[in-house]
Design a protein around this ligand. Structure first.
Ligand code: SAM
Length: 329
């Protein structure tokens, strides 16, 4: 079992499999000039499996694949297949923008993927294109349908809420949970990214999001959809799905943080907001044995900070030089 210096149990890994993305969401990546890692710098499926075995042996039981956009990796089905057979990984999930999910949902489910989170910030075609810069809403809708049809469950929709972008769509998103088994999670905008998009004016506080989502009943543990993150869940009366909220700034979620992040280049990062991490790719490629990799993992867990410093960064957002895509959102 992995425990950090603040007695938090660490059992959740967010594993970025690529820093590339097929969209350029306005709050995440610049329209032009984003630099992506050369392919040889990115961990191979075999390297990912090797690290996952070490992590699982140390107590990591939940793995979420993320990016960048994980589905742009041509070998993503192989990555899932390899991870699904690692003993100890009980929950294998994936975050995606959904663009390529229409074709991939079934092969991924067959390979052992349990569930997906699909990011979607607008239900309006034109606005969706404006947010993602060149995305097509019908492709994401097809991806959602394919995920449900492939039996991936639960299917969660992640909606980043920003003023002037989509704060007027909160009610419409919440209404999607009424007749379909969809779990819509509203995410407060965070001061991440080099796009300069974050500002206090654009930030919509949690209380305002909840008020706009309509009548909601809080859900107890057993009623919540499977997950290991910091969301708080509610249900609209009579709805099949749920409404969740995730807030990095309004209510710090660090006290219950259970996660580590591994970038696609093999950097193990103990906090989303952290500036540094531990290189695992170097030792891995130099032939480190499992014991050495596990020692590096345990040392990194011990450096996990008590809490992130995003509130301060919100004040100086423009100075924050990291892309969510690179760190694995
Ligand atoms: N491409 C995948 C996807 O779209 O889910 C995975 C990577 S993406 C970086 C992960 C999540 O981070 C998405 O839901 C995205 O909306 C969110 N995200 C990116 N930048 C953000 C920011 N500044 N504030 C809040 N959420 C952000």
């Amino acid at each position: 079992m992995l425990t950090d210096s603040f007695a938090r149990r660490i059992d959740y890994l967010r594993l970025s499999v690529t820093d590339r993305c097929n969209l350029r969401c306005v709050y995440c990546l610049p329209a032009q000039g984003a630099s992506f890692s050369p392919r040889e710098d990115v961990l191979s499926p075999a390297e990912i499996e090797r690290l996952a075995r070490v992590f699982a042996g140390a107590g990591i039981s939940n793995v979420r694949l993320t990016g960048g956009e994980p589905l742009v990796r041509p070998d993503i089905v192989e990555v899932v297949e390899r991870l699904a057979r690692v003993p100890g990984i009980g929950d294998l999930s994936l975050s995606t923008n959904g663009v390529l999910l229409g074709a991939l949902a079934r092969p991924l489910a067959r390979a052992g993927l349990r569930r997906v989170n699909i990011s979607l910030d607008s239900l309006d075609e034109e606005r969706f294109r404006a947010v993602t810069r060149f995305g097509r809403l019908d492709e994401v809708r097809a991806g959602i349908d394919a995920a449900l049809a492939a039996g991936l469950s639960p299917v969660k929709l992640n909606v980043v809420v920003a003023r002037g972008l989509n704060e007027d769509e909160v009610a419409a998103f919440a209404a999607l949970t009424q007749s379909a088994p969809l779990h819509v999670r509203f995410i407060e905008l965070m001061p991440m990214g080099e796009t300069g998009f974050f500002s206090k004016e654009r930030w919509v506080p949690l209380a305002e999001i909840l008020a706009a989502a309509g009548p909601l009943e809080p859900l107890s543990g057993a009623e919540r959809p499977v997950g290991h993150g910091p969301a708080r869940y509610y249900r609209r009366p009579g709805a099949r799905g749920t409404v969740g909220v995730i807030s990095a700034l309004s209510c710090g979620f660090c006290a219950s943080c259970n996660r580590l992040r591994l970038t696609s280049r093999g950097l193990l990062v103990p906090c989303l907001d952290g500036e540094t991490g531990t290189d695992l790719r170097g030792p891995l490629r130099r032939g480190a044995d499992d014991g050495e990799l596990r020692r590096l993992l345990e040392e990194t867990v011990r450096t996990k900070p008590r809490e992130h410093a995003m509130a301060a960064k919100a004040e100086a957002a423009a100075a924050n030089p990291r892309f969510m895509c690179a760190i694995g959102g």
